[in-house]
Design a protein around this ligand. Structure first.
Ligand code: PHB
Length: 390
């Protein structure tokens, strides 16, 4: 009935398994417009594939109501309210931007609705602002960038200039890198935070980086901003004298082809690359490419693993908001990224980090893994995890 109403309103997509015992209503909260629209679409494609691939392992049926955050915190908050109060979803999945996650955190926590974070790395959401209702199946901003500070210094790089968009994720990604790079003995010779979603010309920032005396530049950019940045960096002629490093979103498989040869030789670190050599990744990559015609990105894998986590939770008997929240925190499986588990102290995912170089392959750009850095739990960062009674 619920499904029929939602379908009639054009709001729902529905994937069900035979003999369904429980209907679980899922609110998919993602950017389908704005600078991260492609990321939202890839997460959704991965999520739908995960429901299809693992759906027959549970007797639950899933109804999905999707809403567009537009990458705008106030818009996203309104959409989260609608999903929680009007649609009465049992669980929410999604959120790409750390700024959006910061904006909806109190609403999700106060309403007691489980949220599976399928991208946003906001450190506080699994730190001082942690919640038993928030479980992250993606990464934290610190987790992706901290290992790279130590690794890069180990490669002989001494002086670095950093650049990132001026919002929560940009600040936290750079902080994570700076902490470990300076602890290893490196020096930060300059930093800029560029206006988020507004910077089209990176030229003035690149000129400052060039004049800074740095050995290398370390950045976080993603989506449309990553494409512009990588192309402009190359056309400025900086790549040979001032090698470009960053978190691996910079050269994501989702849009590296749009960057083209400008991305060749850029070395970055991330929790997923499509060339990871394990059977779960091979099966995922084949199915994802079959369904979409694209090589899977980290965004696709977040969606796929979020669907799998939800299915694992329902297999464990969870049916409502509280039991889903409790079951999601205990999920563990071998997926395309390797062995995943949730740290019960923070609800953040524990996973290895891969340093990779973007190189020319037979069919366009591809990724060569240079190092696999061991999975580390994030510091607790002030998280006090309250229990939830079922
Ligand atoms: C974030 O805002 O947390 C964010 C956005 C895009 C990414 C990674 C992190 O690719």
């Amino acid at each position: 009935m619920k499904r029929a109403i939602l379908a009639a309103l054009g709001l729902a997509t529905s994937l069900s398994v035979p003999a369904a015992a429980t209907d679980i209503k899922v609110g998919l909260l993602l950017p389908f417009s704005g600078v991260y629209a492609a990321l939202g679409n890839d997460i959704e494609a991965g999520f739908n594939l995960g429901l299809e691939r693992f759906g027959d392992q549970t007797s639950a049926a899933f109804e999905v109501v999707r809403e567009d955050t537009e990458v705008k915190p106030p818009v996203a908050l309104g959409k989260a309210k609608k999903l929680i109060l009007q649609d009465k979803v049992d669980v929410m999945v999604g959120i790409v931007s750390s700024g959006v996650l910061g904006a909806v955190r109190d609403m999700v926590h106060g309403a007691g609705v489980p949220l599976i974070v399928a991208n946003a790395g906001n450190d506080e959401a699994t730190g001082a602002a942690c919640s038993p209702f928030i479980t992250r199946m993606s990464f934290s901003n610190g987790q992706v960038n901290r290992p790279m500070g130590t690794w890069l210094h180990g490669q002989g790089v001494q002086k670095v200039y950093t650049l990132a968009p001026d919002y929560a994720a940009g600040r936290q990604m750079i902080d994570g890198f700076v902490q470990s790079f300076t602890a290893a003995g490196g020096e930060i010779v300059g930093q800029d935070f560029t206006p988020f979603q507004k910077t089209q010309d990176f030229g003035p920032y690149l000129a400052q980086a060039k004049a800074s005396g740095a050995d290398a530049v370390y950045v976080f950019y993603a989506g449309g901003e990553a494409i512009s940045f990588v192309k402009q960096y190359d056309s400025f002629g900086l790549k040979t004298d001032l090698p470009l490093y960053g978190s691996g979103f910079l050269t994501s498989a989702l849009y590296v082809d749009a960057e083209g040869p400008a991305a060749e030789g850029v070395v970055t670190a991330l929790h997923y690359v499509p060339t990871i050599d394990n059977p779960a990744n091979k099966a995922f990559a084949e199915a994802f490419t079959g369904a979409t015609g694209r090589v899977p990105s980290e965004y696709a894998v977040h969606g796929y693993d979020a669907a799998r986590a939800l299915i694992e939770a329902t297999k464990a008997g969870a049916t409502d908001r509280a039991s889903l929240a409790n079951a999601l925190r205990k999920v563990s499986f071998d997926g395309p990224r390797g062995t995943l588990s949730i740290d019960p102290a923070t609800n953040n995912l524990v996973q290895p980090i891969y340093v990779y170089e973007t190189v020319a392959g037979a069919d366009g750009l591809t990724q060569t893994v240079l190092a696999e850095l061991p999975a580390e739990k994030d510091p607790v960062n002030g998280c006090v995890m309250a229990p939830v009674s079922n």
